[in-house]
Design a binder for this molecule. Structure first.
Ligand code: DX5
Ligand code: ZN
Length: 216
């Protein structure tokens, strides 16, 4: 089955980012996690950094904002050259306005939900976005274990989208490996973020192909 793979450069070597990006040129996009030390404890990759990454990356940028006040900041990342900007509904004051602003800035727009966040209050947004990202770990760090208990939520999302003829990307993020990818795929995901399992050991492009190969 055709899937999209978005390696996370959170697991890359930060002092060699340009060559680390070249090592994942077989992927569909690079997932860039932005953390602000407020929405999550960690801090990484500000807008200038993302802009420079966009300039040298051989593949498009899928920016995942784990920040407070995306209402103020999301468009900056679109302006920096991200193909897609995904923000957390838990942090947004006016998600509709952010989605419109991203579209006006020429970017795709996505919404992300933490593991404990219910789908139901956000159904309306799924009609407007290009990506729905369900976290399969608590946001904030790479290298955590996949939460299989998120699969019923993923199935409910996939069911809602199908019933309404909606086709945003259904992206899962956290703990994706050759073991867990097929589980999430069967539950309705079509886009997979993978940090540790791509950069952790061996050759990243080879690891990407190994992940693609288990998508059935
Ligand atoms: C977690 C980040 C993820 C992370 C995934 O907060 O949003 O994108 O980089 O890393 P792995 O694949 O190692 O779980
Ligand atoms: Zn992420």
């Amino acid at each position: 089955m055709h899937i999209r793979l978005h390696p996370s450069i959170l697991a890359a070597d930060f002092v060699n980012l340009e060559s680390e990006l070249a090592r994942i040129d077989g992927a569909d996009a690079v997932h860039v996690d932005v953390m602000d030390n407020h929405f999550v404890p960690a801090i990484i990759f500000g807008a200038q950094m993302v802009g420079r990454i966009a300039q040298v990356s051989p593949i498009p940028l899928d920016v995942h904002l784990m920040i407070e006040n995306p209402d103020l900041h999301a468009v900056t990342y679109a302006d920096m050259g991200a193909q897609s900007v995904t923000f957390h509904v838990e942090a947004a004051k006016d998600s509709h306005a952010i989605i419109s602003a991203l579209h006006e800035a020429g970017s795709l727009a996505g919404v992300a939900l933490k593991p404990g966040t219910a789908l139901e209050p956000y159904y309306e947004l799924f009609h407007e976005v290009d990506t729905v990202l369900l976290m399969t770990v608590e946001p904030g760090a790479g290298g955590q274990s996949f939460m299989p208990e998120m699969m019923p939520k993923l199935e409910a999302l996939a069911g809602y989208l199908k019933d309404h003829g909606l086709t945003p990307l259904v992206e899962v993020d956290g703990g994706i490996t050759t073991t867990t990818l097929p589980i999430a795929l069967r539950s309705g995901a079509n886009t997979f973020v993978a940090g540790s399992s791509v950069y952790g050991s061996g050759e990243p492009n080879f690891n990407i192909e190994a992940l693609r190969a288990c998508a059935h």
